[in-house]
Design a protein around this ligand. Structure first.
Ligand SMILES: [Zn+2]
Length: 454
């Protein structure tokens, strides 16, 4: 096969709202509870085995003992075997994450905390026009708000905290981007600088204000949080445990309802933000054929407690992965990530670095005398670093005459359409409203810079 014919296979995820019948819902909730028990059981088993022998159990060990377990607990025959295997795989991943230092020691899941089942191998036959076939549950109605493209691979059926059901399908499709012929020149390249005041500032001078969605949703969220904390959490109920009735502690209905309300407000907030991010990602990918952006060390930045809420709200990581996903499918745009260090301190003309005061909005290079707007200089620096990294990656020298000669900054340029979605700065100031959400505004940009460049 010729190089030019090779194309990337990419996995895309589709999420649809599902509407199981009451009966299907009951069956599914029963399966989730059984999965939760076997999840906890396999953690217990690993603990005990380690205590007794000093050795760990592997996924394979546990999978091998599944048939025996099913003989002892015939209720598990009602669950698709792949779903059970996936449950054991989740335990295994939790252990691997623990041993590799990414997570704490796996914990038992509380009643109601196991919320999804995954079918690791499905085919086109499982996908109907407006329904989805879930083995051992049945054909469940879904609303397919966008068509599913590609070859379906895995399917997850989940119950949200706010009580809705969803299916998530991953499908593999071929990207139109050909691996054999890397792009060598760009018509409209841009570097992006992210901040709390300007969500993105692009090196062509356009920018998008930070919409600060949390500010618009926090009132409802705080109210629902207060209501939830006032409800009595647990009540004594009679339940069937190991074929005998016993009095057990279960979450109270009032508490569950209040939690559902809270989850709905969080969901509204997340949906609004996600929609906005997807739209902006689409706009950027349409406008630019090369986008360089900073890899912000979000983990470090969150140590600044004053800004943590705003930084989480901005969620640049999630935003840039949406841009990458749009870019890969559109195949017309290249994205390149660069480390975020020094981008505000480096001169975009001569690359001399000097400490820039946080309050300084104008960049003045002591070496070559270059004068620029602070954000513009930073986005310019990001663009150059990104292009350099890109050409290195494809094993080419950076072209002498790149089309990257940056035009002088147009006055008050703004991203078309996108900026009207956002609202500017202080109107939604969070300061003083509630200490829980207290956050720097206005000067947020500079403080955020402090968090990751100094
Ligand atoms: Zn300079």
């Amino acid at each position: 096969m010729k190089d030019a014919e090779k194309s990337e296979v990419i996995a895309k995820a589709y999420r649809y709202r599902a509407y199981p019948t009451l009966e299907q819902e009951e069956v599914s909730l029963g399966q989730l509870e059984l999965c939760r028990r076997i999840y906890n059981h396999s953690i217990q088993e690993r603990k005990e085995h380690y205590k007794a022998t000093g050795k760990g159990l592997s996924y394979q060990d546990q999978q091998d003992s599944l048939p025996e377990y099913k003989e002892e607990h015939p209720e598990y025959k009602a669950i698709h075997s792949q779903v059970l295997q996936d449950t054991l795989r989740r335990v295994d991943r939790a252990y691997v994450n623990f041993f590799e230092g990414r997570a704490r020691y796996p914990r038992f899941k509380k009643y109601g905390a196991y919320r999804s089942v995954t079918y690791p191998q499905i085919t086109q036959e499982n996908i109907g026009r407006n329904s989805i076939l879930l083995p051992k549950i049945g054909r469940v109605r879904i609303v397919k708000h966008r068509p599913l493209k590609g070859k379906p691979k895995t399917l997850t059926f989940m119950h949200s905290k706010s009580g809705e059901w969803f299916v998530a399908v991953t499908a593999e499709q071929k990207s139109r981007r050909c691996l054999g012929e890397p792009k060598l020149s760009f018509r409209s390249p841009a570097g992006a600088d992210s901040g709390l005041t300007k969500y993105v500032y692009l090196s062509d001078g356009s920018s998008v204000d930070n919409p600060r969605f949390i500010a618009k949703h926090q009132k409802k969220i705080i109210k629902a949080q207060r209501k939830l904390s006032k409800k009595k959490r647990k009540v004594k109920k009679t339940a069937l445990v190991n074929e005998a009735f016993k009095v057990v502690e279960r979450p109270s209905n009032n508490w569950l309802k209040a939690r559902q309300v809270l989850a709905k407000h969080w969901r509204d907030y997340v949906n609004a933000k996600e929609d906005w991010q997807w739209k902006l990602a689409g706009t950027l990918v349409e406008k630019y054929d090369f986008i360089g952006y900073e890899d912000l060390p979000i983990g470090n930045m969150l140590k600044n407690h004053n800004l943590a809420r705003s930084i989480q709200d901005a969620a640049w990581g999630g935003f840039w992965s949406k841009v990458e996903s749009k870019a890969v499918t559109a195949a017309s745009t290249i994205t390149q990530k660069v480390p975020a260090q020094y981008t505000t301190q480096e001169c975009s003309k001569c690359h001399f670095r000097h400490k820039v005061a946080l309050s300084e909005r104008t960049f003045q290079c002591p070496s070559c005398g270059h004068i620029d707007d602070r954000d513009h200089n930073a986005s310019d620096t990001v663009l150059q670093k990104a292009l350099k990294a890109y050409y290195e990656k494809i094993g080419m020298d950076m072209p002498e005459s790149t089309p990257v000669e940056i035009e002088p900054l147009p006055p008050n340029a703004s991203m078309m359409g996108a900026s009207s979605i956002g609202e500017s700065g202080n109107k939604f100031s969070m300061r003083g409203r509630n200490p829980e959400f207290a956050s720097a505004d206005g000067d947020g940009e500079t403080t955020h810079r402090e968090a990751h460049t100094l």
